[in-house]
Write a protein that binds this ligand. Structure first.
Ligand code: 5GP
Ligand code: ZN
Length: 136
């Protein structure tokens, strides 16, 4: 997708109005339009990169620092009981907007959301084969 057609580029640049929670030179932080829970927040770098694979190291580092700052703000203001930090890459992983973003999803007791996975039960041998595939 071309940057000119990217909705998050337009939002990050302020060309499309959004519920902005925070802004600096590198990032805009907004409320998600389809929130999983109250306070579901998106951190958008202003520079377009499609996903984590393409993200410059410096932006990655700054995004995580900002995620911590926003997590503390959400905890303080919304009194959430927990918080999920989610980042999707690729359609199969649930990415619907091809502009890197971090989700901060405040969690509340009994909120009924399901963000976690169903664990499988690989054997030790299977786990070791995967470890080798990744490291060798
Ligand atoms: P993804 O599925 O790519 O990880 O997340 C995309 C998120 O962006 C979704 O949670 C969706 O609700 C949100 N979203 C999509 N379009 C807009 C928009 O125009 N404004 C805002 N604030 N959020 C959006
Ligand atoms: Zn973009």
């Amino acid at each position: 997708m071309k940057k000119e057609d990217c909705i998050f580029c337009k939002i990050a640049a302020g060309e499309i109005p959004s519920g902005t929670l925070y802004e600096d030179e590198q990032f805009r932080v907004i409320l998600d339009l389809g929130p999983a829970t109250k306070g579901h927040t998106l951190i958008l770098p202003k520079e377009h990169t499609a996903n984590l694979y393409e993200l410059p190291d410096e932006t990655a580092a700054e995004a995580m620092k900002l995620a911590k700052k926003m997590a503390l703000l959400l905890k303080d203001k919304l009194h959430c009981d927990g918080l999920n930090l989610v980042q999707n890459n690729g359609e199969v992983a649930g990415q619907t907007v091809s502009h890197f973003h971090l989700h901060l999803i405040p969690r509340y007791k009994g909120d009924g959301q399901k963000i976690n996975w169903v664990p499988s039960e690989p054997s030790r041998e299977e786990l070791e084969a995967v470890r080798k595939e990744i490291t060798e």
